[in-house]
Design a protein around this ligand. Sequence first.
Ligand SMILES: Nc1ncnc2c1ncn2[C@@H]1O[C@H](COP(=O)(O)OP(=O)(O)OP(=O)(O)O)[C@@H](O)[C@H]1O
Ligand SMILES: [Mg+2]
Length: 253
Amino acid sequence: MLELHDLSRSFGGVFATDGVSMSVADGELRGVIGPNGAGKSTLFSLVSGHLRPQRGRILLDGQRIDRLAPHQRARLGIAIVFQGARLFPEMTVWENVAVGAHARTRAGAAAAVLRLPRHRREESEIFRSALTNLERVGLADWADRAADQLPLGQQRRMQVARALTAQPRLLLLDEPASGLRAGERRELAALIRSLHDEGITVLLVEHDVAMVTSLAERITVLELGRVIAEGTPDEIRRDPAVIAAYLGTEAAA
Ligand SMILES: Nc1ncnc2c1ncn2[C@@H]1O[C@H](COP(=O)(O)OP(=O)(O)OP(=O)(O)O)[C@@H](O)[C@H]1O
Ligand SMILES: [Mg+2]
């Protein structure tokens, strides 16, 4: 479904993504791991269109998408939850989620905030869609709360609901579990698994290796912008290059 060929992007002469090639099958749940600064977030931004590659190609269902703007890729079914994604604190949970429906438009979220039909929301298609997606992530009862009153675990699920409003086929999740407690992590993992079961292709960047290995069918390991290993969780755990680059510190702990 998704193919990356020799994808490169540098900042000030230093390559954050350096000749990355990988293929993700339709419906797959792929983990992407690697040390801090390995280029994981850069790779996601290249796929979502928020960054342009200097070299290489990105294909979705065999069609090149690397020249398309983010909203055009969103329309093709690509949604991203950015690392440390912010919420709109003065807005309710449903309003935060409704904003996601505008990922597919050029005007985007900022315009959406100004145009939200606060007083006619019951009639609104966007409201219904936001509520449906809040139900999917288990937050329907929280729709009218102020978003910043939610515990962190629920804020993260709200961010996922926002991404789902764009009806993605490919969902990019960049460290959705960072800072969450064990129980919140388990809930988030269950949510990610249920989205995978619905047929959504998921790319998951996560430092919690236990979570990635329990969820992902295959894992791609990045270091210094390059793919140093790819395989099943078992293969990755045993890979000497991975142990040296990344898991070594955990194995020693
Ligand atoms: N906008 C930018 N401008 C300059 N340098 C950048 C920019 N974005 C990323 N980099 C650099 O590119 C490299 C890869 O960064 P990236 O954020 O993709 O890593 P990461 O694997 O997501 O790390 P982390 O696990 O800490 O989130 C780092 O050296 C980073 O400093
Ligand atoms: Mg990152």
